[in-house]
Write a protein that binds this ligand. Structure first.
Ligand SMILES: CC(C)(COP(=O)(O)OP(=O)(O)OC[C@H]1O[C@@H](n2cnc3c(N)ncnc32)[C@H](O)[C@@H]1OP(=O)(O)O)[C@@H](O)C(=O)NCCC(=O)NCCS
Length: 205
């Protein structure tokens, strides 16, 4: 069990699952909540709200997928895998963001593990990640997954060998997706039914 589930930091009621295109708005809201330092760490440069809004639009395209930590309907951490459309190179790019108050609770590590499984299952043998040289948290996190880190003055590039898919990794992701999809279906149903229910029970004029 992940530490965020054990320790119950904040409310501890959240879950880590795949995020679907219909949930783009809660992903965008997460990006917009990131403070200036985190934005710089995540994107390697200072980025404004307009950039993040259009970035969120491109995230759920053919070549990408997102895992997220969701608590009370809000995304508090996300891991993105991009580059899946490049079937020749068989490499992908990973990027992470966990909101400040939710850090050091094992969310980043669990997201990383899910991303590696997703990459393996798609035949992506090598994952790349880039971070600023002073980003100790990301460097340590990458090292936990035996990343080979090559550093420059402006950034550090990490290479992670993901391994081949196994029946276990495929089942693992399939169960996870099925659970995540069921949760999404329920919350969409609730959204659709609530106004109808409220209209019915409203006092007649
Ligand atoms: C990097 C980041 C995703 C880590 O998320 P997190 O949920 O806090 O990470 P976890 O709690 O799962 O920590 C996992 C491991 O990462 C390392 N780590 C995380 N935060 C650390 C910190 N502040 N200092 C040193 N090591 C740290 C540790 O090795 C830790 O394992 P441990 O607790 O057993 O020592 C988060 O700090 C973040 O969002 N930073 C801003 C965005 C960013 O830098 N993205 C990377 C570029 S794409």
């Amino acid at each position: 069990m992940a530490r965020h589930e054990q320790a119950g930091r904040r409310t501890g009621t959240g879950e880590i699952r795949r995020l679907w295109p219909a949930e783009r708005d809660i992903f965008k809201a997460h990006l917009l909540r990131l403070d200036a330092t985190t934005r710089r760490e995540r994107f390697g440069a200072a980025v404004n709200d307009a950039f993040l809004e259009s970035y969120a639009l491109t995230t759920f395209g053919v070549g990408g997928l997102v895992y997220a930590y969701i608590e009370d309907g809000a995304v508090r951490g996300a891991a993105e895998l991009r580059g899946l459309e490049d079937i020749v190179a068989r490499t992908g790019e990973a990027a992470f963001s966990v909101e400040r108050d939710w850090r050091r609770a094992g969310i980043g590590e669990t997201l990383f593990r899910r991303l590696i499984t997703a990459a393996r299952n798609r035949g992506i043998g090598t994952l790349y990640m880039t971070c600023l040289p002073e980003n100790v948290a990301m460097r340590r996190l990458a090292q936990k997954f035996e990343a080979e880190l090559v550093g420059g003055y402006s950034d550090v590039e990490g290479t992670i060998a993901t391994g081949a898919p196994t029946p276990f990794t495929i089942l693992d992701e399939a169960f996870d997706n099925a659970r995540g999809f069921a949760t999404l279906a329920l919350s969409l149903q609730r959204k659709l039914w609530r106004p109808a229910f409220l209209n019915r029970s409203a006092p007649r004029p």
